[in-house]
Design a protein around this ligand. Structure first.
Ligand code: CAA
Length: 390
């Protein structure tokens, strides 16, 4: 399927038995484990620690990682299928899965040294430890090259100083991939990515954010004051850190696109079921065209988002450059998540406005998918640059 001359490859619509098994296992876990307590975790901002431990035992925390390094050796399509199912029920848990899988494990697997993989990747991929990705700063969000955090080269170690904001898993992680500037005169080519362990002297976890959505996830400011990070903890060559961040984020965006897809399809399924139960003017509300047309729009847009997510995953699995496809998937799926969840609340009427019916939470959770791992505006920069190149 070729849609623009910048999009590549063919698309296979058939899932393998393994992919179906992964999807079903994720669905089972979401419906039977995550659903229990999801409202309470959201209300009290409680991190799903037990649930994440179980997801690790089931192989969902290092899905795309080589089994030799503790992973499950699955493809990105399986990852998208699992992310959709988990996110239908609990986007707070699924963002932990997404960050650990694609921003931390995948980056370490692709660019880390053998020693770094043995020491850090194995426990992360097994889900015994949780990882965090530290790029954003108080004054560097979308403009990610303007890093103020410094990693001064001191010979056999880097001296790390600075503050990182909005760090998912900030309070629960053990391993932090930290982007920092070593050679300011070189701009983005002077940036490095360092593996930092919680507990290193000078490492501090700041206050937990009180958020609109994904309230069960654990978002913190992280501070570094004269943290000595051994040289062997730098990922790649000196100055590779910004490209590491961009490449890793490109894969992460497929995870967030699939999360947005799951939030949308979860809300749609709830609205569909409700529209069959709820009677108004003497018949189920889905028999009113006003509701039936909403369901038609929701289902159509969700299917289009799903195809974009799977397309991005297939291009990545084929070993091609997937920057364009992942940004398109994230831009579109997050828009669909927002629009669909608003309509799902509307279909539920007053019931949609209370926690018990889940859709208000999905609506709050949807918003972040248009912001993190690159805002929608950033995705349009990536997409338009790719389309206009050459
Ligand atoms: N892979 C590898 N390298 C890449 C790349 C990619 N996908 N994209 C860009 N690069 C390289 C470029 O080749 C360039 O290198 P050279 O100059 O050596 O050729 C370098 O990176 C800089 O690229 P640009 O000139 O395009 O940089 P820019 O300043 O114009 O910014 C941007 C590009 C796309 C806007 C980028 O800054 C960006 O993505 N910003 C958003 C950051 C973001 O997504 N933050 C999310 C925070 S993490 C998070 O949310 C995680 C969480 O906890 C949930």
């Amino acid at each position: 399927m070729r849609t623009t001359n910048k999009l590549q490859g063919t698309m296979n619509f058939e899932f393998t038995e393994e992919q179906i098994a992964v999807r079903d296992a994720a669905r089972d876990f979401a419906q039977n484990v995550l659903k229990h307590g999801v409202i309470e975790r959201d209300t009290h901002q409680r991190f799903p620690a037990d649930e994440i431990k179980q997801l690790g035992e089931l192989g969902f925390m290092g899905m795309m990682i080589d089994p030799n390094y503790g992973g499950s050796g699955m493809d990105t399509v399986s990852y998208v299928l699992a992310m959709e199912e988990l996110s239908k029920v609990d986007a707070s848990a699924s963002v932990v899965v997404s960050v650990n899988n694609s921003l931390v494990c995948w980056g370490l697997d692709k660019y880390g040294s053998v020693e770094q993989k043995q020491k850090y990747l194995v426990p992360l991929a097994k889900g015994e430890k949780i990882g965090a990705f530290c790029l954003s700063e108080p004054e560097a969000g979308s403009d990610a090259t303007s890093q103020r955090t410094t990693a001064e080269d001191k010979g056999d170690y880097y001296l790390l100083n600075g503050t990182k904001n909005w760090i998912t898993n900030g309070g629960s992680a053990s391993t932090y991939l930290v982007i920092a500037q070593t050679h300011p005169e070189k701009g983005h080519r002077g940036i490095n990515c360092l593996i930092v362990e919680r507990g290193m002297e000078g490492f501090m976890v700041g206050a937990k954010e009180d958020k609109l959505g994904i309230r069960g996830s654990d978002t913190h400011t992280i501070m570094f004051q004269d943290v000595k990070v051994p040289k062997e903890n730098r990922i790649g060559e000196d100055g590779f850190g910004f490209k590491f961040a961009m490449s890793t984020l490109s894969g992460g965006r497929i995870g967030i696109a699939a999360q947005a897809l799951g939030i949308a399809s979860g809300a749609y399924e709830l609205a569909l079921a409700y529209s069959k139960e709820r009677q108004a003017f003497g018949k189920p509300i889905h028999e009113h065209q006003a509701i039936a047309f909403k369901l038609a729009d929701m289902a159509t847009e969700i299917e289009a988002a799903r195809l974009l997510c799977l397309k991005a995953a297939q291009v990545k699995d084929a070993g091609e450059n997937f920057d364009l496809e992942s940004s398109m998937a994230k831009l579109f799926a997050s828009r669909v998540a927002m629009a669909t969840t608003i309509e799902a609340v509307q279909i539920h009427g007053g019931y949609g406005f209370v926690k018990e019916y889940h859709v208000e939470r999905l609506m709050r959770d949807a918003k972040i998918t248009q912001i993190y791992e690159g805002t929608s505006e950033i995705q349009k920069i990536v997409i338009s640059r790719a389309l206009l190149k050459d």
